[in-house]
Design a protein around this ligand. Sequence first.
Ligand code: G3P
Ligand code: MG
Length: 233
Amino acid sequence: MKVFAHRGASGDFPENTKSAILEALKVDVDGIEVDIQSSLDDYMVIHDSWLDRTTSGKGRVSNFTAHELSKLDAGNGEKIPTLQQLFDWNNNKSLLNIELKHTFALERFVAQLEQNIEAKKISKANILVSSFDHHQLQWLKNKLPWLKIGALTSSIPINYAKFASDLNAYSVHADKTFINKAFAEDAKKRGLKIYAYTVDREEDIALMLEYGIDGIFTNYPARTKAYLLSLQK
Ligand code: G3P
Ligand code: MG
């Protein structure tokens, strides 16, 4: 079962910051998940559309420029990273899962993605773009047929993973509390990977193994990897 660092190694470092991302890379995760919001003029690595919970700022991310946002503290004196910084820090070994939150001007996102893939020789197989906004995913897949897309859900849909097959997705990313064996098996039957978020406790990890889940998003990637390794002994 693959281990993805959720918002970086966010259990021990401020979520979606440089330290959380670099720590995740250091422990050699299979993938890193980060969240993207649009500012007035750029894409920022931050989970909420509001600044209040995770930064020293107040208000909507989308009401500020990247320069204005760069003055804020995102925890332990760190800054809110830009999407470009994320590409700069990426080691091209782990999968980079970019979760699009409140994002707009997707043409610019596509251009920036393609430019970085070209300039930094990033393997296309190492990029996975996910979203709860399936319209956004559909638009992206039409634009970039090679792109791996991950369809997020926090429910057990009536036709299980059909919605993701319809999107021609690579993977389904499901809330661990709304996932079961039938859902997992349906995803697999359709040739989709199924990943669960956010899985930190050993009992939940064991349950995901039982369901045959392909990967989990965890806030504690080092601890989770060590636990999975201990099960193999
Ligand atoms: O991408 C998996 C998970 O991060 C989705 O929920 O709210 O943590 O972004 P959230
Ligand atoms: Mg997320």
